[in-house]
Design a protein around this ligand. Structure first.
Ligand SMILES: *Cc1c(COP(=O)(O)O)cnc(C)c1O
Length: 402
């Protein structure tokens, strides 16, 4: 019999009662080190006092208005994001996929407003993940996510990640934009080289294309810069943001330059909940912390320490870990054994992490972890690897006996 919740997820059989920083607690008091962080969402960990205060204060005043009225928290958040990024303007959403939907519509509308409505095609990259709506599964191009859902939305041309010649070859008279994650998350924690991003920027400028960045996972401090593209020294025309910006409250945003947004006039796009006062109060509180002096330095220092320990771990367990990859605190362990095996062993040691493509275990801790959490992560990973090695030894012994 079907479960009351549509069974589209294979859920871990754990029920958590509360969280505190990087730790999650079950009702019977077991605690888990949370390097899933809601899939790169809880950038400040669980129950961060500043976020709790912002949300509860707003909850006593006003929950929802709709976008038929001015929303002060949204105006403040937008002004702060304009000041801190390339953007001149933005649209607030409830999720990453909606931010991408807005980005795709905006790019098409831009060319339409310029009298070139045929320039509706967007170049995307293999291994990409942009969400689960009909447009974003077409953009992502993952056959598994498209299967059975009817004709894929047309307008996306996919090329290998990092292949500039393939991008050039894919540009035609109907191409309007290039869409890329600076660091692919679901795709296996794969970084585009910063040089590749600069080449894409130049190609867009030469060909009148818009550069759309999907920073839903790699943005908001995850790589040690507010947004990952800052490492490349370039700016996009449009950027999708979500996950970390709400710190656990559903918020997304589609940021853009004035030029790229020129087609998006009154009535062209909308959302009932997007930019709702509760969401805006929490996102503003996230920015209070993330944009404070020294926060990014702290993320980078934490990343360096964690990576050192992960390199040590790889040396200790070459039969389990093949490679440490990623940027900042968007890290991945490519495993020798199936990644699901390491994830299960980690869980048995009280540590949580999600998988990614390319046989990778993602490590996405809250950006606020300290020395104690890094040590705990090392110990738990070390023990998890030892567990797997015990199993491997037993298998070899069985093989020898047979
Ligand atoms: C998670 C994610 C999305 C989709 O976000 P949702 O909030 O799940 O719709 C899009 N792009 C990237 C890179 C993501 O990691």
């Amino acid at each position: 019999m079907i479960t009351p919740i549509l069974p589209t997820y294979n859920r871990v059989d754990l029920v958590f009662e509360r969280g505190e920083g990087a730790w999650l607690f079950t009702r019977d008091g077991e605690r888990y080190l949370d390097f899933t962080a809601g899939i790169a969402v809880n950038v400040l960990g669980h129950a961060h006092p500043h976020l709790v205060a912002a949300l509860t204060e707003q909850a006593g005043k006003l929950w929802h208005l709709s976008n038929l009225f001015r929303i002060e928290g949204g105006e403040r958040l937008a002004a702060r994001l304009v000041a801190a990024t390339f953007a001149d303007t933005m649209f607030f959403t409830n999720s990453g996929a909606e931010a991408l939907e807005c980005a795709i519509k905006m790019a098409r509308k831009y060319h339409s407003a310029n009298g070139r409505p045929e320039r509706a095609r967007i170049i995307t990259f293999e291994g990409a993940f942009h969400g689960r709506t009909l447009a974003t599964i077409a953009a992502g191009g993952n056959a598994k996510y498209l299967e059975g859902f009817g004709p894929a939305m047309p307008g996306f041309d996919q090329v290998p990640f990092g292949d500039i010649e393939a991008v050039k070859a894919a540009i035609g008279p109907e191409t309007g934009a290039i869409l890329i994650e600076p660091v692919q998350g679901e795709g296996g924690v794969r970084s585009a080289s910063w040089g590749f991003l600069r080449e894409l920027r130049a190609l867009c400028d030469e060909n009148g294309l818009l550069l759309i960045l999907d920073e839903v996972q790699c943005g908001v401090g995850r790589t040690g810069k507010f947004f990952a593209h800052e490492w490349a020294g370039i700016t996009p025309d449009i950027m999708a943001v979500a996950k970390g910006i709400g710190g656990g409250f559903p918020v997304g945003a589609c940021l853009a330059t004035q030029e790229a947004a020129k087609g998006m006039t009154a009535g062209t796009h909308g959302s009932t909940y997007g930019g709702n006062p509760l969401a805006m109060s929490v996102a503003n509180a996230v920015l209070d912390v993330v944009l404070a002096d020294g926060f990014m330095d702290q993320v980078l220092a934490t990343s360096t320490r964690l990576r050192q320990r992960l390199a040590e771990l790889k040396d200790r367990h070459p039969a389990v870990i093949a490679e440490v990859r990623g940027e900042g605190l968007l890290l991945g362990l490519r495993t020798v054994v199936p990644n699901t095996e390491l994830i299960a062993a980690m869980r048995a040691e009280g540590m949580l992490a999600p998988s990614a493509a390319d046989n990778v275990v993602r490590l996405l801790p809250p950006l606020t972890i300290g020395e104690a959490e890094i040590d705990a992560a090392f110990e738990k990973l070390d023990a998890a690897c030892a567990r797997i090695e015990q199993g491997l030894k037993a298998d070899t012994a069985k093989g020898a006996a047979a």
